[in-house]
Design a protein around this ligand. Sequence first.
Ligand SMILES: [Zn+2]
Length: 415
Amino acid sequence: MRFGSDILKQADVLAGFTEDAPRVTRTYLTPQHRQAGNHLLALMREAGMDAGYDALGNVVGRYLAADPAAPVVMTGSHMDSVRNAGRYDGLFGILTAIACARDLAARGKRLPFTLEVVAFGDEEGVRFGVTLTGSKSMGGGFDPAWLDAKDADGITLREALVAFGGDPDGWRALDRRGKGVVAYVESHIEQGPVLLNEGLPVGVVTAIAGGSRLRAKVTGLAGHAGTVPMGARRDALAAAAEMALAVERIASQTPAGSPAVVGTVGMMSVMPGAINVIPQDVAFTVDVRSAVDGARREAVAAMRESFQATARRRGVGVAADVFYELDAAPCDPALQDALAASIARQRVPVRRLPSGAGHDAMAFPAVCPIAMLFVRCGAGGISHHPDETLTAEDAEIATAVLLDFLEHYVPAPAR
Ligand SMILES: [Zn+2]
């Protein structure tokens, strides 16, 4: 096996750089970030790349084109993790790209572009509550207000960056818009069961889903659980339960042939929260995603209408406000076709699928066209969990696809 078993071996080594062994937790600007970064830096250098940390603690490796003025193709993913994570989320996209560079270097083959592999320091946003810090700095979407975000110990991102040896004001120089980058192509584990259920090792991502998040508050009337007759109640929790079911129904009911919407009520709190008191106030969250923005917005509007109808019928109040909205990031059709051709050359059927989860790639549309390759997740498709798995065989195929893509890609002029 050329790549797969070594990628899994490296992922095992990186899993050892954790804040709470034997679990895997690696957050931004910690000693474990430094350990993982140093390990990846060494792998990049062994693979024939120029590599170093940038101002925000991202590790950047460059496999140089023969022509120093050649355009740049970027790839990579994140080296941070959620708490109690798996070992392939993010890291697979970095390790597979380093494996490609190593193979090219061993053959003495230069590409008509510089291949840049980035290990982003922070995608998940666990420590400071700000996601995609690394990729947004390069994609032109970094907000300097994030430097004042604090971790649980009150340390600001700015302070942590200085302690790490970074430069809090260096983010401006990382912006890659207009800097000769012609494509961003990220490999990632699917983090879902679609490829697994269809028996396929890899797939081409059509778009990264956009999302809307709502906070809803239902106001009823508390009362004694023993004395208030059923017909006279204004039970906020019974109403909220109906609303949660409406989220499920509306997300499931997208008409045949129209793009899929998923909706989740992930948090719910009940006040006063006593066994013998009718619930007075219930707060809950709604998370709605789709690869098609119109479908997502229609679903959100239908959910809010349904909440109002339930509230009127049950004599309770409801307020449901969108507090976060991010549009979908479509993948470039030409890059999708190029990845599909590389998959076909490995004699694997081509499956196209949207990504329900967010990824670093979604920070790059202002820089260049984006594309993503998914590799199958085992164990039911579970991710962000210690049971996350990837086989060496699938890592092998995915790396062969990426390498084939890189060797066939002819850069168009930069935007
Ligand atoms: Zn990830």
